[in-house]
Design a protein around this ligand. Structure first.
Ligand code: NAD
Length: 422
């Protein structure tokens, strides 16, 4: 599965690179990661036993700036998965024109099996193990699946201990009290909401109350479901790893958010019916919004998808094979590297504020996020329309053109030209 993921990612790269104006140097540079670190993290459990976890930090490419990407705690984490996620980050930061490259980290662990103090020891142990390869000018981690502000706070303070000083810009997504930024928690869903607003007429026409289905009612998915609900959409189904909930007339999203916060899951919901199938991917809707993990929509289930457009909030939720099936059904896919780029964009603001010793207001964050997401979404849509490309291909082509400009500016071919000599 994860090998296929990397294959999928590189196949899409190959497809876009055939259409982009790019140098052979860029193609060669982006073919493999710059560095893959695997570490072992010994953690003393509450019962006194010692358990060792595998952790990873991948720097895929840092030509455009320090690597940037989250840290994931999940049982499925492997070197291949983290490498693929770092590859996508390279394109995402280029697409949004952030001064970063692409990185990612992860620990192979089911965080639900650990107590809070065990999680803290694991988080601190991870940072101690990767401290040599991260830094504000080198590689800047952030939250991802099952890591949050609390985890970033443990990690940031562990790094400070190692560095013997305050280095807030080493990590983003920190608690506000430790140099975090207003709006980081909702940045991914806010960014996705801007993308949806820009593309709404293009992909949904003039529907007054479009129906949305959100798979993955976590940090990004639940907040986006709430924004859509507040904007007059009917959120007809949502799911998490334990339950799938449906109401064709529209769910009461705020009530479900509160229920998930109180009980930790969507099971036994106060709004809507629990679906025995456990999945929402086949629920008819206008916009399907996969917001859980990669590979959710694959060749085996793409045929049941019944919507007009898919907005990829998760990273890599639609496989390359599924893309073809959705395309044949006339379903448009808006790609992850655009839809979920709000998180890394606000992380950039946090990094800037930390480096300049400044504090940004929530209004500054919201304004600059809206400007960046709107500008790049319009550019991608115009490129797609102008050249007859799918939105995913257009996003990759746009990112590749920025990457190629950077690689060419650093390489000998730029200095000497094809004739040699300056
Ligand atoms: P999260 O851990 O807060 O939420 C993930 C949710 O998915 C959880 O509710 C979990 O129960 C659910 N889930 C897991 N497997 C499922 C399944 N098979 N069916 C239905 N639901 C399932 O994580 P998150 O931060 O919201 O991230 C979600 C996705 O968005 C990931 O792909 C992540 O890489 C991507 N993303 C997140 C951010 C961010 O800032 N949080 C930024 C960019 C991309």
């Amino acid at each position: 599965m994860t090998d296929d993921l990397l294959e999928d990612a590189t196949a899409r790269f190959a497809e876009a690179s055939a259409l982009a104006t790019m140098s052979d140097d860029t193609r060669e540079r982006l073919t493999r990661p710059a560095s893959v670190l695997k570490v072992s993290i010994p953690v003393r459990l509450d019962n006194g036993e010692l358990q060792t976890f595998a952790g990873y930090r991948v720097r895929y490419d840092d030509t455009r700036g320090p690597a940037k990407g989250g840290i994931r705690f999940h049982p499925s984490v492997t070197a291949e998965e983290v490498t693929t996620l770092a590859f996508w980050m390279t394109f995402k930061t280029a697409l949004l024109d952030l001064p970063f490259g692409g990185g990612k980290g992860g620990v192979t662990v089911d965080p639900k099996t650990l107590s809070n103090s065990e999680l803290e020891r694991l988080s601190r142990g991870y940072i101690a193990a990767v401290a040599d390869v991260i830094g504000p000018d080198v590689d800047i981690p952030a939250p991802d699946v099952a890591t949050n502000q609390l985890v970033m706070g443990w990690m940031a303070t562990e790094y400070d201990k190692i560095a013997r000083g305050h280095v807030p810009a080493v990590l983003t997504g920190k608690p506000l009290a430790l140099g975090g930024i207003q709006g980081r928690d909702s940045a991914t869903s806010d960014g996705a909401f801007h993308v949806i607003q820009v593309l709404r007429d293009r992909v949904l026409g003039d529907l007054e109350h479009p129906r949305a289905v959100v798979q993955g009612f976590g940090n990004a998915g639940s907040q986006l479901a709430r924004s859509l609900h507040d904007d007059g959409w009917k959120v007809v189904a949502v799911s998490d790893s334990r339950a799938a909930i449906h109401d064709p007339d529209g769910l009461d999203v705020p009530v479900l958010q509160q229920h998930k916060e109180d009980t930790g899951s969507l099971s036994s919901p106060p709004s809507g019916e629990e679906l025995n199938s456990g999945t929402v991917l086949d629920v008819p809707c206008d916009a399907l919004i996969p917001s859980a993990l990669e590979g959710a929509i694959h060749a085996g289930n793409a045929a049941v998808v019944d919507c007009r457009v898919v907005f990829e909030v998760a990273n890599g939720p639609v496989t390359a094979d599924a893309d073809k099936i959705l395309d044949a059904k006339g379903i448009e896919v808006v790609p992850d590297i655009l839809v979920n780029a709000g998180g890394v964009t606000v992380s950039w603001f946090e990094w800037i504020a930390n480096r300049s010793g400044d504090r940004w207001s929530g209004a500054m964050v919201a304004e600059r996020l809206a400007e960046r997401m709107t500008t790049e979404t319009r550019y991608v849509a115009d490129l797609a329309d102008g050249r007859g490309l799918k939105l995913r291909t257009a996003a990759y082509v746009h990112a590749l053109e920025r990457l190629t400009a950077a690689v060419d500016a650093t390489g000998t071919s730029a200095m000497f030209g094809s004739e040699g000599g300056i």
